[in-house]
Write a protein that binds this ligand. Structure first.
Ligand SMILES: *Cc1c(COP(=O)(O)O)cnc(C)c1O
Length: 395
């Protein structure tokens, strides 16, 4: 058939020769995935591990990253979502229905709590808060379907009593979901931790942080080991139209090879800062789970047996510093940029008022404004000088 040039353009041959090999895999961008024939259309099933039906389900590009994330975390299955928060929401909307109870740690990633409180208001989900350091504060009723864990907790970085919390939930057949962004699958395996080889059911990871590593891509993942559980998540993922861009996936995939090196370098720099920060008189407390003085340090030792930690450290200023002082400190930082998120090349600082963020009482935390430092890839002594300079300008 003689084709019009316009038609010929649309149908131009676009297959690479078989022998082409590149360092990075080719990027598939797809909404439509073309079926070879009707048999290919009818023979496929959505529960197939690699279902090529439509772009929202997956492409070779997304399945490659998903497999890699599952492997890093020690799981078998992985679903990708357009942000870490979207991955959290996938878990919540998959497993929580009207009247179900969910328990969340008080120091959980804030927007997860906000999402759950929205579900409580609109759909009658019952949200209960526990103290991550105290397993007895987790008192599930027989309506409890889900326990949210985070290790270490957001902002104040307490490492939870993961072993006892998981054991208690599992004894009662309650699903356990861990926000594993801090550990990133590197500090410990969510599917094989402590000397008792415990595992959570679901590990959620904000790939926005260490896997992306650039401070420029948003993505999240939900990893599991159990096939039936994965299929339940997969179905919710499919019906909600949760999908990610092939280009974004390729960026994360490209960064993955250097993730462990970056993680360890940033962790090492954070420990250098921790030692220095502890000497400064302006701080009432310095928070980092590897610090022997930290609340939850023994739980960190129990779970992170290779002594690994992420590149985050928080400080609580002496309480005679008011908000104006803390703002002045933050505004005088130069290398540390003021911004949310972490895991990128540039160090970040963010200020928090813990009093407004916690529902329970925490005697282990001093009063005062908190600043969280996320350590990037700068030389740590330059970062120390930057903080010292901002402290000197404060008062
Ligand atoms: C950043 C973060 C998230 C959310 O990830 P986004 O991609 O920013 O939505 C979830 N949990 C933790 C612990 C995080 O640090």
């Amino acid at each position: 058939m003689k084709l019009d040039p316009q038609t010929a353009l649309v149908h131009a041959e676009r297959k690479a020769p078989q022998y082409i090999e590149t360092v990075q895999a080719p990027i598939y961008r797809a909404s439509t995935i073309i079926f070879k024939n009707t048999s290919a259309l009818f023979d496929r099933h959505w529960t197939d591990d690699y279902d090529y039906s439509y772009g929202t389900h997956g492409t070779p590009t997304t399945y490659t990253l998903a497999d890699n994330i599952a492997q890093i975390e020690g799981g078998h299955y992985c679903l990708l979502a357009p942000s870490g928060l979207s991955a959290i929401n996938l878990v919540n909307s998959c497993f929580l229905s009207q009247g179900d109870e969910v328990w969340v740690a008080d120091n959980i990633y804030g927007p997860n709590m906000e999402h759950l409180q929205d579900l409580a208001k609109r759909y009658g989900v019952i949200v209960k808060v526990y103290n991550a350091l105290d397993v007895d504060s987790f008192q599930p009723s027989d309506k409890c379907k889900l326990l949210w864990l985070e290790a270490a907790g957001s902002v104040s970085l307490e490492f939870p009593d993961l072993v006892q919390l998981v054991k208690k939930a599992q004894a009662l057949n309650i699903l356990t979901a861990l926000d594993n962004t801090w550990g990133a699958g590197l500090a410990f395996s969510p599917f094989d931790f402590s000397s008792e080889h415990l595992k959570v059911d679901i590990s959620v990871h904000a790939l926005t942080k260490y896997p992306s590593g650039g401070g420029d891509i948003l993505m999240g993942s939900v990893v599991s080991q159990d096939k039936a559980l994965h299929h339940k998540l997969f179905q919710t993922h499919a019906i909600q139209g949760i999908s990610v861009s092939g280009d974004d996936v390729a960026q994360v995939q490209r960064s993955l090879a250097s993730m462990q090196i970056r993680y360890e370098q940033q962790a090492k720099s954070a420990l250098t800062l921790l030692a220095w920060l502890k000497q400064q008189k302006q701080f009432a407390q310095v928070l980092h789970p590897a610090d022997p003085d930290a609340a939850g340090h023994q739980f960190w030792q129990e779970v992170c047996q290779t002594q690994k930690s992420a590149g985050l450290v928080s400080v609580i200023f002496n309480d005679h510093y008011d908000l104006t002082d803390i703002r002045k400190f933050c505004d005088n930082l130069n290398l540390f940029k003021l911004g949310f998120s972490w895991g990128g090349p540039v160090s970040l600082a963010m200020l928090y008022d813990l009093k407004k963020m916690r529902a329970l009482d925490y005697p282990h935390l001093k009063q005062g404004f908190l600043v969280r430092f996320c350590i990037g890839l700068e030389e740590p002594n330059d970062l120390i000088q930057d903080i010292e300079n901002a402290l000197n300008k404060m008062k």
